[in-house]
Design a protein around this ligand. Structure first.
Ligand code: GLY
Length: 427
């Protein structure tokens, strides 16, 4: 099978490595890719947001499957264009991608499916902001009601911080979404979904704040781990049966069946799992840890999803043990990150069993030096027989990497390793 992956981050690097391990994948292309991905796949330039450009590249490369990584091309209908050209696409239609692209659509689907989620209101006029804030909080959850790569979210006990963020979004022409705060540990559950067929992958947990101890502003994600030793099996079953399957069924009922990766972000509170958000694609940086644990051929799973035959393939098998991803970010991330810093010690072998370095924001300078070219620069994945060993392997590998001004969290998966995460008992 010839496969083209669209995207340029560490998530796409992880997808590329997992696809390369699948013996049925005999040609692998990534567009636009990055300097690390170029070591493992043929990298091609493309305007990832243009259906026409992606179709032209897929036809030139004569691929059997296009895997679309990021949300923006999906929301813009790139998967529709690929399917219309007669090529299998892993990723939902633009209509189904609204589960991530339109908060109002997502809430409507969840309400119709009877799925628990935060109460929310959209504010699109500065004059309405104060009264709306008074109906929420404390704690306030203020989001950009559009695609903002996680960085448009402020969660704060301080009303003036919430107000300032809402006012700034409105000043820049972005409607604001206010949500009630959902308490409890967070879970990211990725499911392959083909209509009403739902196949869960391993549950993971992201670390969204920039600083240790969950301090500082939200980011796209500073690290993740899988599986979750603290998550009871029955809660996982409840997420699949009472959240993801009803949402998938509701989308079929509405005539917008979901095909691709449905990412449920949940908080596990006293009243059970409640949805924080749905995304229409693999999450970053959880994917890097989840795919490190996959022991089944990824190409077969993605192709079956894309061609409506997911119910005919064996459920994914997983390695024993755990995986931990630690993100190395550029100076000033998540503000305006500095780029062009020289990185050393970040060679990606593509075969790492204890640890692997995945590239996110990297580029190769004309003189051949590897330099930073984005906010999240690298994702270091450690594997081990348990979380403690996986953590150690990730941080040991990170210690050998140099990036001037680079920063990372030192506590990824630490609370779980120390048994400090608990699921609240039912009220
Ligand atoms: N893990 C956060 C995201 O992918 O949106």
């Amino acid at each position: 099978m010839r496969v083209l992956v669209i995207g340029s981050g560490a998530r796409e690097h992880a997808l590329a490595l997992a696809l390369r391990r699948d013996p049925s994948v005999d040609a692998l292309f990534v567009a636009p890719g990055n300097a690390g991905i170029a070591q493992h796949a043929e990298v091609r330039a493309v305007d990832a947001s243009s259906g026409e450009a992606v179709v032209a590249l897929a036809q030139e490369l004569n691929v059997d499957l296009v895997v679309i990584g990021p949300e923006v091309p999906l929301v813009l209908g790139v998967a529709d264009a690929v399917r219309a050209a007669g090529i299998a696409a892993f990723g939902p239609s633009a209509a189904a991608a609204r589960i991530e692209g339109s908060k109002a659509f997502a809430k409507d689907v969840m309400n119709a499916a009877g799925v628990k989620t935060a109460h929310s209101e959209i504010v699109d006029h500065p004059g309405e902001l104060d009264a709306a804030l008074d109906r929420f909080g404390p704690t306030w959850v203020v989001k950009d009601d559009g695609l903002a790569a996680g960085k448009g979210v402020v969660v704060t006990p301080d009303r003036s911080v919430a107000r300032d963020h809402g006012a700034e979004l409105l000043e820049n022409g972005h409607p604001v979404l206010l949500e009630s705060f959902l308490d409890g540990p967070e879970v990211s559950l990725f499911c392959l979904v083909d209509g009403e067929t739902v196949v869960p992958l391993l549950p993971a947990q992201d670390h969204k704040r920039v600083g240790d101890g969950d301090t500082g502003p939200n980011t796209g994600g500073m690290g993740a781990y899988t599986p979750l030793p603290w998550l009871p099996e029955e809660t996982l079953t409840a997420i699949v049966e009472d959240v993801v399957k009803p949402v998938a069924a509701e989308m079929v009922r509405r005539g917008v069946p979901f095909s691709g990766l449905l990412y449920a972000g949940l908080a596990i509170g006293q009243a059970g799992p409640a949805v924080v958000e749905f995304n229409c694609r693999f999450g970053d940086p959880e994917t890097q840890a989840v795919l490190a644990m996959l022991d089944s051929p990824l190409g077969e799973l993605l192709y079956a999803t894309a061609t409506g035959t997911l119910d005919q393939v064996a459920a994914p098998r997983w390695k024993d043990g755990s995986a931990v991803t630690v993100v190395l970010a550029a100076e000033n991330y998540p503000g305006r990150p500095r780029s062009g810093d020289v990185i050393s010690g970040a060679e990606s072998t593509g075969t790492g069993t204890e640890s692997e370095v995945l590239h996110a924001g990297t580029a190769q300078r004309e003189d051949g030096a590897l330099v930073s070219a984005g906010g999240r620069v690298l994702a270091i994945v450690g594997q081990g027989k348990d979380l403690a060993e996986a953590r150690k392997n990730a941080y040991d590998r990170l210690a050998g990497i140099k990036l001037p001004g680079g920063h990372f969290r030192s506590d990824i998966a630490l609370a779980a390793t120390e048994g400090r995460i608990t699921v609240p008992s039912p009220a």
